[in-house]
Design a protein. Structure first.
Length: 133
């Protein structure tokens, strides 16, 4: 199993799972451009992700308050119903097929986007674009 993601400006996209996450997708694109000089395209909310993409998605919250990412629908609690710690929860999965930032609330996705930008800065995520060849 490959635990790294090669970011390729010709094919890697940032795919927000909901319209509310589109600003985070744009922010991540801008941050990665500032770090590397490579700009990743963003897609409209809900576009189908393909191998190599970075997805940002909200996961539903089950009755026990745990993330239930089995159905991947854009159902989540509102900010007033999510305790502060739960609002900051996110999961970042990186493999050879892409990256997925999953969160229960916008705030958690913001933390996940920050982690991806930091990983790119530290060269944990590998860049592949013409200026590096």
């Amino acid at each position: 199993l490959k635990y790294e993601l090669e970011l390729d400006v010709t094919r890697t996209r940032i795919v927000p799972g909901a319209a509310a996450l589109e600003p985070l997708a744009e922010l991540l694109s801008d941050d990665l451009y500032a770090i590397s000089g490579g700009r990743l395209n963003t897609t409209p909310a809900g576009a189908a992700a393909v191998d190599g993409d970075i997805r940002i998605e909200l996961v539903s919250v089950g009755e026990e308050g745990e993330a239930d990412d089995s159905d991947r629908h854009d159902t989540y609690r509102t900010a007033t119903a999510v305790p502060a710690v739960e609002a900051e929860w996110y999961s970042l999965k990186v493999d050879g097929k892409g990256a997925v930032i999953s969160c229960k609330h916008y705030t958690g996705c913001a933390w996940g986007v920050t982690t991806v930008a930091q990983a790119s800065y530290k060269r944990v995520l590998n860049w592949c674009h013409p200026s590096y060849l």
